[in-house]
Design a binder for this molecule. Structure first.
Ligand code: 2P0
Length: 326
């Protein structure tokens, strides 16, 4: 009747940008990500037959409106499957607040999927958990697993994530935080606008499918350079596709572009760092762990007002034994 789970954020190396089915959160293309070892979300779900509606507390603040509505709809899916009609109290915190905008919907809905399914007595394997998390937020399907993760397009039954063997690749991610505030336009709205209005969208979908295949081959041969080049290229193509939407969607700021240039400078100096951006102005750099300090130093010199966070590959979602951690 009560369960707690933790999940980490993930950063896509091959991006998810566009839905084939908005109700089921089915993506147009496959995507691939790295689960980080920082900024976990911890979520407790507790059934309470005495409450008339679900309640949501985020970082100690009771929620109303859209975030509560989104969680209610998600809990309805879990109730449908479990046959229960009992409402719940959901309490969620970011265990290591990074102020990096890394407390993403990915970690949030991965943790909620694991905690809610356990609290309602569903016995889901990781694949079923990934499909459930997908319904809350597409990228959450990937945070069920640790390390490098691939999310398949398809139908409701076949669109889930699974881990990818990345033996021989040691990956680090340096996050440059330009602005930790709210994003100007939600990723859901931005991707729907892009698919509906950008003439570049069909080319994006075709190119991403191809780059995902290339990425899987690069990972299989532990080719760090190819992984990095595909990562930076796929991100630039996603943002170019958004720029073609109307009204245009643009997350890149002048400071973001300067940091992307700094990655090219690092490479010219023999340090491999590759930039990637999501639905916000912050820039993430894929590099080798041994180079992370040097990457951060050069980025800090480029943008003295940015803050930095260094991460490695992290683990997938896990249930937390509250008695043991109390
Ligand atoms: C990704 N992003 O692959 C892409 C790249 C942002 C840019 O997944 O509508 O919060 O909840 O399924 O998962 C952000 O989108 O969107 C995202 P919904 P989500 O990581």
């Amino acid at each position: 009747m009560r369960a707690t789970a933790e999940a980490n954020p993930n950063i896509a190396l091959i991006k998810y940008w566009g839905k084939a089915d908005a109700a089921l959160n089915l993506p147009v293309t496959g995507s691939l990500s790295l689960t980080l070892d920082t900024a976990p979300t911890r979520t407790t779900v507790e059934l309470d037959s005495a409450i008339a509606d679900d309640e949501l507390v985020l970082s100690g603040v009771a929620q109303t409106g859209r975030s509560l509505e989104r969680v209610r709809r998600f809990l309805d899916l879990v109730r449908d499957e479990s046959g229960s009609t009992v409402k719940s109290r959901v309490d969620s915190v970011n265990l290591i607040p990074t102020g990096a905008g890394l407390a993403s919907s990915a970690s949030a809905f991965a943790a909620l999927a694991a905690a809610a399914s356990a609290a309602y007595g569903l016995d889901l394997d990781d694949r079923a958990l990934s499909r459930l998390a997908r319904r809350g937020s597409g990228s959450a399907s990937r945070s069920i697993f640790g390390g490098v993760v691939r999310w398949f397009p398809g139908d409701d039954a076949s669109s889930f994530a699974e881990p990818v063997d990345s033996t021989g690749l040691d990956l680090a991610m340096v996050v440059a935080v330009i602005d930790a505030g709210e994003k100007s336009i939600s990723s859901t709205e931005a991707m729907n606008r892009t698919t509906a209005t950008s003439p570049f969208y069909p080319a994006w979908a075709e190119s991403t499918t191809r780059q995902l295949d290339e990425m899987l081959r690069a990972i299989a041969r532990a080719d760090f350079t190819a992984v990095g080049e595909l990562t930076e290229s796929n991100s630039l193509r996603m943002h170019a596709t958004m720029a073609g939407a109307w009204p245009p969607v643009r997350y890149q700021r002048a400071a973001s572009i300067a940091l992307i240039d700094a990655a090219a400078e690092l490479r010219a100096a023999g340090v491999e760092a590759y930039a990637t951006m999501d639905a916000g102005p912050n820039v993430k750099f894929l590099c080798r762990p041994v180079d992370a300090d040097r990457v951060e130093a050069h980025l800090a010199a480029t943008d003295p007002s940015a803050r930095f966070l260094s991460a490695r590959a992290g683990e997938g979602v896990r249930l937390v034994d509250e008695a043991a951690t109390a």
